[in-house]
Design a protein. Structure first.
Length: 369
């Protein structure tokens, strides 16, 4: 039975679409609620696929219903979060993803005498943000009570680019639900490449966007396949899908690359892979690497800013390669197809990211500000 905690806290984010930051806040809201905190989940708009994952004890409040323009969404969020804060007087509001962070910081400016603490969690590398976002963030992020991120690189970014006081910046790792991941990995899925062990399988998971740089992965896979029969599965959806499918066609890989689109549960595919690959140009903190390690997979990742090196450094069976270098990526993939993950080292690293350990860090942060 959870011990009742007097603190009332809220987690604020744009919506509950599938994404690393969204999963982090759902996991933390559930965990802290189970620990006895009075937790609300606040959304700019009611959208997304993660609603079933939210604990029934955690109320969900959406400030905007249905599709709205960016301006309408911004105004609804500002108004909604302002009145939520003044009416409910939570002890702490956590926000994540740049748009929601800017709204939270602006509400903090509007309520200078409010006792509520506003803590902004940056989900991605900020040195690639647009000029307008960077200008607004530079003005507003320092007005928060604290900022946090899952990697040292993003913390450094906020200090350098957003002029956040170093004393306000906190490193708290992203949580990974090992029990859930392993359970989901056992789900039966039907795919010929999972049933046929004649060819090694390479898997990657991520939104089909420029940031994830699947073009480099496809080019690297072409080099691997030219040397050894193999297959590549890419799980995710996004605006670059047509471009990537065209690249696969041009390279003559139609029979060896499969775009599965969005999968609520990608873990059975990752669990069946010989190698998991992250090809990103930049990250904030790539949870998919942790999930691959939890499933005992060898990992090849770009040494992008920020996060992969902090996770993978020193773990046997994992390799970092330069961003955009398809030849070195291909060489690393080929090497790891027959390699074995150092499970002991991976397990030691994963303990840092358990939900229990991470939620405890959030509790400590709330008590310290």
């Amino acid at each position: 039975m959870a011990i009742q905690n007097n603190k009332k806290i809220a987690f604020f984010l744009p919506d509950l679409r599938i994404g690393g930051a969204e999963k982090v806040f759902v996991q933390l809201a559930n965990s802290l609620s189970e620990q006895g905190y009075n937790v609300d989940l606040l959304l700019a708009q009611k959208a997304g696929n993660l609603f079933p994952l939210v604990n029934s004890k955690v109320p969900i409040l959406a400030f905007c219903q249905g599709r709205k323009s960016q301006l309408s969404l911004l105004l609804s969020s500002l108004k909604g979060l302002y009145f939520y804060t003044t009416n409910n007087k939570p002890d702490v509001i956590f926000s994540t993803i740049t748009g929601a962070n800017l709204v939270a910081a602006l509400v903090r400016v509007f309520l200078p005498n409010q006792s509520t603490k506003f803590i902004l969690r940056e989900a991605s590398s900020v040195h690639n943000s647009g000029l307008v976002y960077r200008w607004l963030s530079r003005m507003l992020y320092p007005q928060s009570d604290a900022v946090l991120a899952g990697s040292k690189g993003v913390i450094d970014d906020m200090v350098s680019y957003y002029r956040v006081d170093r004393d306000k910046a906190h490193l708290i790792r992203n949580p990974v639900d090992l029990t859930s991941i392993k359970s989901q990995a056992s789900e039966k899925v039907v795919h010929p490449w999972l049933l046929n062990n004649d060819f090694p399988l390479i898997v990657s998971v991520g939104r089909l966007t420029t940031a994830k740089d699947f073009v480099t992965l496809i080019k690297a896979f072409k080099l691997v396949r030219d040397e050894r029969a193999s297959k590549l599965i890419i799980i995710g959806e996004g605006e670059c899908r047509a471009e990537l499918e065209e690249k696969v066609s041009v390279l003559g890989l139609m029979n060896d690359v499969d775009f599965l689109g969005f999968r609520e549960n990608p873990h059975p595919f990752v669990s069946s892979a010989n190698v998991f690959v992250l090809s990103s140009r930049w990250e904030g903190f790539p949870n998919v690497i942790l999930e691959a390690l939890a499933l005992g997979r060898n990992v090849v990742s770009t040494d992008c800013h920020a996060g992969p090196a902090e996770i993978l450094s020193g773990i046997g069976g994992c390799t970092l390669v330069p961003v955009g270098d398809s030849e070195k990526m291909a060489s690393a993939i080929s090497e790891k197809l027959n390699g074995e993950l150092d499970v002991r080292e991976a397990d030691i690293r994963l303990k840092e990211y358990s939900i229990k350990a991470v939620s405890q860090k959030y509790s400590e942060l709330m008590d310290s500000i």
